[in-house]
Design a protein around this ligand. Structure first.
Ligand code: HSE
Length: 309
């Protein structure tokens, strides 16, 4: 293969119950990335459109991810890789912008290098790229963006990622208020320790949510789309959070929460009709605010990062 173009979807991390360990892929918005072999060795980013991001490899999420993979094979190959990025997911939106860059980068480079590495290894390399932007290596955006569907990271040491299949017609509505909430800052507001009783309650919710997804049980999913640990500390960073939440739950959303570290918020629901109604309600609230916003809806994407023609 001489060149490849890929689509890398957005993603919603945490999914209320699973801070840093659960996420789903959301293809209503995603980046386009183009990779081409070059006769001269090495990796370069020749163009980025749609966002002001560094072309310097070591400062760029995609650059770091591709380089990490490329370095493993450098002695066995005689070509380099040129990367062009069309950013469609706004950096700092909370819907996995950097993760999409990292997932797309690894997918594209893997195709050109024909690395044959297992997906856990590829996720681990993509996490190195993501860390450039978020300040820490977490996989709850990268894994679903790469694999599609819901991903559970049941262990980081060693990295253990499982895809979770749910037969329900799940849709998500995502509101991105265009205010700045940096992942590093949103992580800094969190307590480093929590009481055991709180941890116990949250473990129950995560287990219940996973069970609900695997059993395709909407009621169980809804009961456990609950975040007792993170949301209380982060919701104040998002204006009108409670109002959006009530608007979504009033329209029978299965649940509502902060997407990743925010400022985006998401509602999970069954069926496109429900999604459209929730979207309309959220639109009404957002339109009355003094910030710009983007609103997306779509089904949970099961494809993940893939080749486009
Ligand atoms: N799990 C991460 C966090 C996701 O909540 O900080 C960042 O998008």
């Amino acid at each position: 293969m001489e060149k490849i173009s890929v689509f890398a979807p957005a993603s919603v991390a945490n999914v209320c119950a699973g801070y840093d360990v659960l996420g789903f892929s959301f293809a209503a918005v995603g980046d386009h990335m183009h990779f081409e072999k070059t006769p001269e060795k090495g990796v370069r980013i020749s163009e980025i459109t749609g966002a002001e991001l560094p072309l310097t490899l070591e400062d760029n999420v995609a650059g770091v991810a591709v380089k990490a993979l490329y370095n493993r094979f450098e002695t066995q190959i005689d070509f380099g890789i040129d990367i062009r990025i069309e950013k469609k997911i706004k950096p700092g939106s909370g819907i996995g912008s950097s993760a999409a860059s990292a997932a797309g980068a690894i997918f594209g480079a893997d195709a050109l290098l024909n690395s044959q590495l297992p997906s856990t290894e590829l996720i681990s390399l993509a996490m190195k790229g993501e860390a450039v932007a978020s300040g820490c290596e977490h996989a709850d955006n990268v894994a679903p963006s790469l694999l599609g569907g819901f991903s559970l990271i049941s262990s980081y040491h060693p990295l253990t990622v499982s895809s979770i299949y749910c037969d329900l017609d799940l849709h998500a509505v995502v509101l991105h208020p265009k205010i700045e909430v940096k992942t590093k800052e949103a992580r800094a507001v969190l307590p480093s320790k929590i009481p055991l009783t709180l941890a116990t309650e949250q473990w129950g919710h995560l287990a219940g949510l996973i069970l609900g997804l695997t059993r395709s049980d909407a009621e169980l999913i809804s009961r456990h789309l609950t975040d007792l640990v993170i949301e209380p500390h982060r919701k104040n960073l998002i204006p009108k959070f409670e109002q959006y939440k009530s608007a979504a739950l009033d329209e029978k959303a299965l649940g509502f929460g902060i997407s990743g570290s925010g400022p985006s918020v998401f509602a999970l629901c069954e069926g496109s009709q429900s999604a459209e109604q929730i979207k309309a309600n959220m639109m009404q609230i957002a339109s009355a605010q003094d910030y710009d916003f983007s609103l997306y809806s779509g089904e949970i994407d099961n494809k993940g990062t893939h080749e486009i023609r």
